[in-house]
Design a binder for this molecule. Structure first.
Ligand code: ZN
Ligand code: FE
Ligand code: FE
Ligand code: ZN
Length: 271
């Protein structure tokens, strides 16, 4: 049996998404999803920064949790709703992040890298960093932190695993060996990888991650899941058929749901 699921959905609590949470749910139903999950940005205060235009604030967590539970109940006959989060991986802050994640009993955690040191490399305001540091160096540094994020054991799903391409910067060197290393690391760590369609709506115009990494995941037995990374209700479920097609074309035949941080239902992937 095939299912349609979208687990990467933000809310306006993070300061850079719009719409009401029920509008996201209504769109998920209209898009024919069987299950959705909210995964707003983990408060940066957890790892010692504060910017209410980038993530939720710690004081938003109760409202976030209550609203997801309330919507889950209201919509229980129409769609299943999961309580997730997109957590930044920050080297050296593993204990703080782990404590926070345990405290909230999420159904799943997407681990993402949006910072290299202090540099928010996916923020258009700081794009000059690619030229200054050198694109190949940035790619190398990014994938190293991605590998550390998987091996930290903190996360269930690795978010946009080649986000470093967001603005269309391309490295000189061939990434195939890097993708093999990454897939091997994901397999050892027991994480899954999202196939995130939001890159189609960014300058790069591609799904994250590259098809060669999706194929490497298949070779190493790393599960995949299609996500939209919606920051507006209309983007829930957006282009997921393309993500599922990429998965199927790369040899994946199954995907999964998560409940209480355990893979739960395994279902057939169909574009
Ligand atoms: Zn965001
Ligand atoms: Fe992200
Ligand atoms: Fe996101
Ligand atoms: Zn994201």
């Amino acid at each position: 049996m095939a299912m349609r699921v979208d687990y990467h959905i933000h809310t306006k609590l993070c300061g850079h998404a719009d719409g009401e949470m029920e509008e996201y749910v209504e769109q998920a139903i209209a898009a024919g999803l069987d299950e959705m999950g909210f995964s707003d940005h983990m408060p940066m205060e957890v790892w010692g920064r504060h910017d209410p235009t980038l993530t939720m604030r710690l004081q938003d967590m109760i409202e976030y949790h209550d609203r997801v539970k309330e919507l889950r109940h209201w919509y229980r006959d129409r769609i299943r709703i999961k309580f997730g989060i997109e957590a930044d991986y920050v080297p050296g802050k593993e204990r703080e992040i782990g404590d926070f994640l345990r405290e909230w009993n999420f159904d799943y955690v997407i681990g993402s890298v949006h910072f290299l040191g202090d540099w928010g490399f996916d923020d258009p305001r700081y794009m000059e960093g690619y030229e200054r540091r050198g694109v190949d160096n940035v790619y190398y540094a990014f994938f190293k932190v991605i590998r550390m994020s998987a091996e930290s054991g903190l996360f269930d799903i690795i978010g946009h695993a080649d986000l470093v391409k967001k603005f269309g910067h391309r490295p000189e060197r061939d990434l195939k060996p890097e993708f093999d290393d990454l897939a091997a690391s994901f397999a050892r760590s027991g994480v899954a990888v999202e196939i995130n369609t939001s890159g189609l709506r960014k300058p790069v115009g591609e799904i994250y991650p590259h098809p060669a990494l999706v194929r490497a995941c298949r070779e190493y037995g790393v599960p995949v899941i299609a996500t939209s990374d919606a920051h507006t209700p209309g983007d829930v479920g957006r282009d997921l058929h393309l993500a599922r097609k990429l998965a199927v074309d790369s040899g994946h035949s199954r995907s999964f749901t998560l409940t209480g941080r355990k893979r739960d239902i395994h279902y057939d992937l169909q574009p």
